[in-house]
Ligand binder design. Structure first.
Ligand code: AMP
Length: 281
């Protein structure tokens, strides 16, 4: 496994592979790898000749400086895990390597996709994601790039980015990987105290219960029901629970069966912000 820190080395390495006719599967990450990441990587390795992974905590997608500061980082441990899934090349740049300019000015317009949920509560977040992903795609030139449905709205943004920029690659969505108690795996889970970790499965459990009520309640009633459930749990501060269509991610008043309906949640547990989602239709 090659670990490269510069753009030019990485481009060179992958150019050679391309010349040999090898296909490239790519998984962008912010490190602190867990089984969720590794599941994407095993799939990418299986479906391509070469697996490329980036490990980069992207400062411009953090709207909360404290969150950026506390984001877990352990490249040595990550490298061991990357070896175990047969990763061929790790791209782990510095911030200066990715952002040589003094200030990033590139701006994308994702329309209504970025005005809801994560876009509304984390101003600038998706622009930061789009800037880094576009740069990473240009460096890695993957045939396929793998993204988790854990970050469903991010996935929609990336699909839109690829369309708008006419990028010649396939975006492969991957199902959410959960702990055995239902908690969606996340690097941020590392920051939960043991007590908070014990409470965390409440999020998925509540979403599952809400899904079971879908035939007897309207979307509006489900939103109220979930909101009330969170109020009963003082350890959590609910940021939002929304039912939205699965394509444009706009709030639904009636069950949207053609496009699909997904329930999206963001909540603080202590000072850790967790997100999750579940399909209703
Ligand atoms: P991150 O390192 O959090 O930026 O995540 C890198 C990629 O892994 C993103 O495409 C995430 O959606 C995906 N991912 C993170 N956690 C999970 C999970 N629990 N299940 C599936 N995909 C995940």
């Amino acid at each position: 496994m090659k670990t490269l820190n510069t753009i030019s080395q990485t481009k060179q390495f992958l150019l050679e592979a391309k010349k040999e006719g090898k296909s490239i599967g790519f998984v962008p990450t912010m490190g602190a790898l867990h089984e969720g990441h590794l599941t994407l990587m095993r799939r990418a390795k299986k479906e391509n000749d070469l697996l490329a992974v980036s490990v980069f905590v992207n400062p411009i997608q953090f709207n909360n400086p404290e969150d950026l500061k506390k984001y877990p980082r352990d490249l040595e441990k990550d490298k061991q895990l990357l070896k175990s899934v047969g990763c061929d090349v790790v791209f782990a740049p510095t911030v200066d390597e990715m952002y040589p300019e003094e200030k990033v000015t590139e701006h994308f317009d994702f329309g209504k996709l970025e005005t809801v949920m994560e876009g509304a509560f984390r101003p600038g977040h998706f622009n930061g994601v789009a800037v880094v992903v576009k740069r990473l795609f240009n460096i890695i030139t993957p045939d396929k790039a793998y993204f988790g449905e854990k970050d469903f709205q991010q996935l929609a943004i990336i699909k839109q980015l690829v369309k708008m920029e006419n990028m010649p690659l396939e975006i492969v969505p991957c199902a959410i990987v959960r702990e055995s108690d239902g908690l969606a795996m996340s690097s941020r889970n590392e920051r939960l105290t043991p007590d908070e970790r014990a409470l965390a499965p409440f999020i998925h459990q509540t979403l599952q219960q809400a899904v079971r009520l879908k035939t007897e309640k309207s979307p509006l009633e489900i939103v109220q029901w979930v909101t009330d459930k969170f109020k009963e749990q003082p350890a959590f501060t609910l940021e939002y629970f929304e039912l939205a269509d699965a394509v444009f991610l706009q709030p639904v008043k009636r069950w949207e069966k053609a496009k699909g309906t997904i329930g999206f949640v963001a909540a603080f547990l202590g000072d850790v912000r967790l997100i999750d989602n579940i399909r209703f239709y």
